[in-house]
Design a protein around this ligand. Structure first.
Ligand SMILES: NC(=O)C1=CN([C@@H]2O[C@H](COP(=O)(O)OP(=O)(O)OC[C@H]3O[C@@H](n4cnc5c(N)ncnc54)[C@H](OP(=O)(O)O)[C@@H]3O)[C@@H](O)[C@H]2O)C=CC1
Ligand SMILES: O=C(O)C1=N[C@H](C(=O)O)C[C@H](O)C1
Length: 264
């Protein structure tokens, strides 16, 4: 039996790649897309997207009323993605969410909703397996190195900073790192922001440049040595295997999980 999928954000950098992934996976069927600029049209009407008759809706409620689906993939922006994810679960459709920038409170709320509805939901700030390994290796290393700076680098069209991956990395590191405030106790910033964002005394630096895709280095230091753990996504195909796996896994789940590492 095919897994029926609705996808939001089909014209986006990630969404367009995901449309192709879904169309090319024999067990998946793309049954609708959510796109605020092409209400009532078909996928084939959008320039640059595959020549397929897949209906497009602007409003997610209308889409869920008219189209039966098993899984909903969101690759949009944080505010919209949160609303879409909530609405999908309310309609007993399992979300697979790549959109980053949700607040901690929003993730808790969505988790509670998944519990109430007994609906699977996967929110993963990074679907690239290499990035998940980079995060897990960093979690391991932080047990031995409590001084760490996370440097994430992305294309300059990215809306959220720090990246979802950097936040998730810091959360995993927090599991093993001895809490401490890093740097000199008397350090000052002569230009605001020079030391980056702070989370539990750790530092996160966000670089935005045209030409970049998605890159992160986790840099540890202790006396006489440094350790660098680095991952680069060179294109958006790197995220597709993770989304594909999540679609299969979410079909077997009845709660929310945050992070691809939980299902690998
Ligand atoms: N988890 C992961 O592995 C990855 C996650 N991401 C995340 O995925 C998300 C999308 O990234 P990316 O594809 O690069 O972004 P894009 O800007 O390329 O795409 C975003 C899409 O969302 C649509 N959109 C924007 N605002 C609205 C709205 N109000 N209502 C409906 N649709 C809207 C845009 O359409 P429009 O033209 O109408 O604005 C566009 O199609 C981001 O949050 C990013 O951080 C990215 C890469 C990997
Ligand atoms: O916006 C992006 O491009 C990416 N966003 C995700 C994030 O915020 O971590 C994942 C990846 O880094 C690409």
């Amino acid at each position: 039996m095919a897994i029926n999928i609705i996808l939001a954000g089909p014209r986006g950098r990630m969404g367009s790649e995901a449309v192709n992934m879904v169309l090319n996976e024999p067990d998946f069927k793309l049954v609708a897309c959510i796109d605020r600029k092409h209400d009532g049209e078909q996928l084939t009407d959008i320039q640059g997207l595959p020549n397929k008759d897949v209906p497009i809706f602007k409003e997610i409620e209308e889409c869920f009323q008219q189209v039966n689906a098993d899984v909903f993939i969101d690759l949009t922006i944080p505010e919209v993605g949160y609303y879409h994810t909530k609405t999908a679960m309310e309609n007993n459709i399992r979300p697979v969410v790549g959109t980053t920038g949700f607040t901690d409170e929003q993730i808790v709320e969505l988790s509670q909703l998944a519990q109430t509805k007994k609906t699977g939901c996967i929110i993963a700030p990074n679907f690239a397996v290499g990035a998940v390994l980079m995060m897990k290796f960093s979690e391991m290393a932080a047990k031995y190195f409590s001084d760490v700076e996370i440097i994430e680098k992305h294309h300059d069209r990215k809306l959220d900073a720090p990246s979802g991956t950097a936040k998730k990395t810091a959360e995993l590191i927090r599991n093993t790192r001895e809490a401490k405030k890093q740097g000199h106790p008397d350090e000052t910033e002569t230009i605001r922001g020079a030391r980056g964002a702070e989370l539990d005394g750790m530092r996160i630096h966000s670089v935005r440049l045209p030409g970049l895709v998605a890159h992160q280095e986790v840099l540890f230091g202790s006396s006489g040595q440094t350790l660098s753990i680095k991952h680069d996504s060179l294109n958006r195909e790197s995220f597709m295997e993770g989304i594909k796996l999540s679609v299969y896994k979410v079909m077997e789940m009845d709660e929310l999980t945050y992070g691809l590492e939980n299902i690998l």
